[in-house]
Design a protein around this ligand. Sequence first.
Ligand SMILES: [Zn+2]
Length: 173
Amino acid sequence: MASLFGHSVVGFTISNVIKTKKAKWLVVFAIFSAILPDLDVLSFGFGIPYEHPFGHRGFSHSILFAVLWAIFILFTVGKTDKLLWFFVVFMSTLSHGILDAMTSGGRGVGFFIPFNNDRFFFPFRQIKVSPIGIEDFFSNWGVQVIISEIKYIVIPCIILLSMRLLILKLERL
Ligand SMILES: [Zn+2]
């Protein structure tokens, strides 16, 4: 995974770039959805191997999971602006696998599970893979993760958010 911080920043950015008015809960759900796929680390506790379709970076990181989760949210939480909720939750959930597929370690991401169990990486893999344990995070490794995420996640997100703000300002002129 990228770190929970990195995933959250992307969820926050996606919801803020797409939404048109104040939608506090949409932002909260977007951030949660961007982190959600990593609950699959619990699978290690059940003895499910990494490469299994339900292992880490498996089904919960797939495109189908993002669709199903977005549909579930649309019917349970998205009372108004259903299409907006669907789209933001889908994009935020899928962004998780996309970020993971740009990390430097672990196995690839099972984007097409259950139709194809292969794991994928993108050719661009500059985001340092984040340690799963907290101890490892407060180490040199953790520092490298943060630096790589600032460069490849935080700065691009700030640019996107600024552009969005600018467009909103110009529209009001
Ligand atoms: Zn992940």
